[in-house]
Design a protein. Sequence first.
Length: 201
Amino acid sequence: MNKKKVKKQVKKVWYFIWEDNSIWSWIVNIILAFVLIKFIVYPGLGFLLSTSHPVVAVVSESMEHKMGFDEWWEKNNDWYFENEIDKEEFEAFSLKNGFNKGDIMFLVGRDAEDIEIGDVIVFNSNRKDPIIHRVVKKMQDNGEIYFQTKGDNNEGSIKNKELDETYITEGIIIGKAVIRVPLLGYIKIWFVEILKLIGLA
């Protein structure tokens, strides 16, 4: 095949992908976007941000406040006072107003010594999805740093077979949440729900 034919074929493919409005062009675009994000953008972001999960969708309501900060604090402050966190300290925390189901969170990798009380971290447990909760205690045991977390919207830290929030070690921490993008995570949530409906998830 000579250069002219190759150039002509490349132009045809280019037109099909970027200009054509056929259903097949749309399908190819969706596949290309998926491949690009999953195998190039996502791993590239992970490398830059030092975490295996640079972007996560929030799939529960455990960090929602559903009201202004002052009203939320009045309703929930007993647990924090009992655990030596006052209002002024909480107001200085990152993401002090919580976040909602359906939000997207950007994460950065952090060593245990760099994570502080008030930071929001993502970690693995025996549940299917990683957990995203706030650090409420930082402790040390035989030189190993570990954490206790709590969902802002939960009554306390969870401790059961699936999840023990009272002893989060560095090895299960995925990253620290630094940026919130509202509602964009619903794309993932709806996609998973559709897969469940058709029996693929």
